[in-house]
Design a protein. Sequence first.
Length: 194
Amino acid sequence: MYVFDLDGTLVDTVEGHISAWVEALRIMGVATRREDVAPLMGLPAPEIARILMPSRAAELAALKNKIFLERYIEQVKAYEDAAVLAHLPRPIAVVTSSSGYVARRILEVAGLSQYIDFVLGGDEVARGKPAPDPLYVVGKRFGIDVRHMVVVGDSDFDMEMAEAAGALGICIVRRSQCRKGRKRISSLYELLNF
């Protein structure tokens, strides 16, 4: 079974998410730089909010999602190689650090939702990436042992989640270096050779 990360793996949304975090913080009276937010991408949105504004984390996360959906969702584009989803065996799941609602909207806008059988957002599990918990939820949902999963992501957080669960972690090298993972690929089309 394939389990994909969303942002930076299937769709080009990372810059939009960073911009939405920076705008939300500015509205809430906190000046921050993109460089301060960028290293947090890949963590669950509630965790990012707790790091950036511990005393008002829930409010910040809600505002960030609102800004992203209002100003950045239409800019979402699937990476060209995400077309590989149509050729991979089902079921296919997406495990993301974004909220589940935002992730499902992103998949719709990007034209990928018909290839995905299950989406699990960072706000829909008690412990998100890099903890292995999201993969346990997916495994239970489909009756599949996590050791039989192939996790494809673009961050060390994705690879740490896979390793902690005993799944095979494959890192797609796009913007981040993704130093962890058992295999590295430069295109999702390379999955057809596994």
